[in-house]
Design a protein around this ligand. Structure first.
Ligand SMILES: CC(C)(COP(=O)(O)OP(=O)(O)OC[C@H]1O[C@@H](n2cnc3c(N)ncnc32)[C@H](O)[C@@H]1OP(=O)(O)O)[C@@H](O)C(=O)NCCC(=O)NCCS
Length: 150
C-alpha cells in the first residue's frame, strides 16, 4: 500500500481494499469457470483492522459454492509490515462475493460445479447456501421496488 491509497485519517481507504477483494475474487471466479465472470453481489465485507501505508497486502480467494450460472467466492485479506518478515500476517478483512459466468454477449452461462472436499469446504458450502437465501430475498425486494418505479 502506498500513500496514494490513504483516506483522510492516514490509513488505507476501505475502497482500496474493496477493489482488491473484487479483483482477487474475480480472478478466482474466472479461473474456476475458464471464461468471463462478472460481480453481481458483494456482501458481508468486514474490515477488522486498519491497513497502513507500507503494508504488503495479500488475499486468499476460494470458490465456496456453485449454482447453475452463479458462484460464491470467499475472500480473506492479510496484511504484513513490509519490513517485519518475522511477524505473522494479520487477517484484516473478509468478504463474500457472487459472480455470474457470462458468454460473449454478457448473458449468464452455466458454470462448472465445485466439489467440496474437506469438512471445511462442506461447511463453507452450507453457509453459502444460507447467504444465498438472504441475497435472493433482498434481490426480490429490489426487483419489486424497481417494478413499482420506486
Ligand atoms: C450478472 C448478470 C448478467 C445477471 O443477469 P440476471 O438477469 O440477473 O440473470 P439471472 O436472473 O438469470 O441470474 C443469474 C444468476 O445470478 C444469481 N443472482 C442474481 N442476482 C443475485 C444477487 N443479488 N445475489 C445472489 N445471486 C444473484 C441468480 O440466482 C442466478 O444464479 P443461478 O443461475 O446459479 O441460480 C446481470 O445482472 C449483469 O450484467 N449485472 C452487471 C454485472 C456487472 O457489470 N458487474 C461489474 C463488472 S464485473
Amino acid at each position: 500500500m502506498t500513500n496514494q491509497d490513504v483516506n483522510l485519517y492516514g490509513t488505507v481507504h476501505g475502497g482500496v481494499i474493496m477493489k482488491f477483494v473484487d479483483d482477487a475474487a474475480g480472478a478466482a471466479a474466472a479461473r474456476h469457470c475458464g471464461f468471463n465472470a462478472v460481480t453481481v453481489a458483494i456482501d458481508e465485507i468486514t474490515l477488522m483492522v486498519p491497513v497502513k501505508v507500507g503494508d504488503l497486502v495479500h488475499a486468499k480467494a476460494q470458490v465456496n459454492w456453485t449454482g447453475k450460472t452463479s458462484l460464491e467466492i470467499g475472500v480473506t485479506v492479510f496484511a504484513e509490515r513490509w519490513n517485519e518478515a518475522d511477524r505473522e500476517p494479520v487477517n484484516v478483512a473478509t468478504a463474500y462475493l457472487v459472480f455470474v459466468g457470462v458468454d460473449a454477449d454478457g448473458n449468464p452461462r452455466h458454470v462448472p460445479q465445485v466439489v467440496p472436499e474437506s469438512p471445511d469446504d462442506v461447511r463453507r458450502w452450507h453457509e453459502a447456501e444460507i447467504r444465498r437465501e438472504h441475497r435472493l430475498a433482498r434481490r426480490q425486494a429490489i426487483d419489486r421496488h424497481r417494478a413499482d418505479g420506486a
